[in-house]
Write a protein that binds this ligand. Structure first.
Ligand code: SF4
Ligand code: SF4
Length: 219
């Protein structure tokens, strides 16, 4: 079995996609505190907005998300879920019974926890977050990581599109940024995240992603 500590992240172990692990969630809610890094993928926006009975993706983003951008490219933004503004930085969707209010449609990072994929190869290597859940998990038994992922609802059908999104966001971080390209980065972010109607489905997301990939090819 190949399990080793990741030197960059002392609280994590690195395993590969065929490693077997038995993991039982004890519903402590710890993974919903001290966050601020739950990234919304494009398709999460209309889906969660619809689940919450909102009229549009923009309405959802305004109420439940924060806009983030890297310091060296201020027009290239994405969205993360807001916290409650308390000292524990509790996710805005965690209720008083430690349950997620959007469990059925929560973003992939939440479904996958405590597994954290490395790079865009989501069925490849991953880290396992050790600080909260490791006492609950046994290596060597249970499902392999890639089998575990396939059990996640809404995941497999969107695997390719999520992979393409990851690849696009990663590649844009490596491309040049200057005043000349500023408007292009902004247009890419708008295409990916803003202006969703709740009826928008997978095709709409794919079309937007294609548009963003096309614009990115000019940078
Ligand atoms: S920290 Fe681990 S055990 Fe606790 S709720 Fe999250 S996934 Fe479950
Ligand atoms: S969206 Fe749900 S599962 Fe994810 S951090 Fe918030 S409360 Fe936790």
């Amino acid at each position: 079995m190949r399990v080793y500590a990741n030197p960059d992240y002392p609280g994590m172990k690195l395993i590969d996609g065929v490693e077997r692990i038995e993991f039982k969630c004890k519903r402590c809610g710890d993974c919903c505190r001290n966050r601020g890094d739950i990234t919304l993928f494009p398709q999460d926006i209309p889906r969660i907005a619809k689940f919450l009975g909102m009229k549009s993706g923009d309405e959802f983003l305004k109420e439940y998300a924060n806009k983030l951008c890297p310091s060296d490219r201020p027009s290239f933004y994405r969205y993360v879920i807001k916290d409650k503004g308390d000292s524990a930085c509790t996710c805005i969707f965690l209720d008083e019974n430690q349950k997620c209010r959007i469990h059925e449609v929560k973003p992939p990072a939440c479904f996958m926890y405590p597994f954290v994929p490395i790079g865009s190869e989501l069925y490849g290597e991953c880290k396992i977050q050790a600080n909260h859940c490791v006492y609950n998990s046994k290596l060597g038994t249970g499902l392999a990581f890639n089998e575990y992922l396939k059990e996640i609802p809404i995941y497999e059908e969107e695997f390719e599109i999520r992979k393409r999104f990851n690849h696009l966001m990663t590649s844009l971080m490596l491309k040049p940024y200057s005043k000349f390209y500023q408007a292009m980065y902004s247009a890419i972010s708008r295409a990916l995240f803003d202006g969703y109607e709740i009826s928008d489905g997978k095709n709409e997301v794919e079309e937007r992603l294609e548009q963003a990939e096309h614009w990115a090819s000019y940078i």
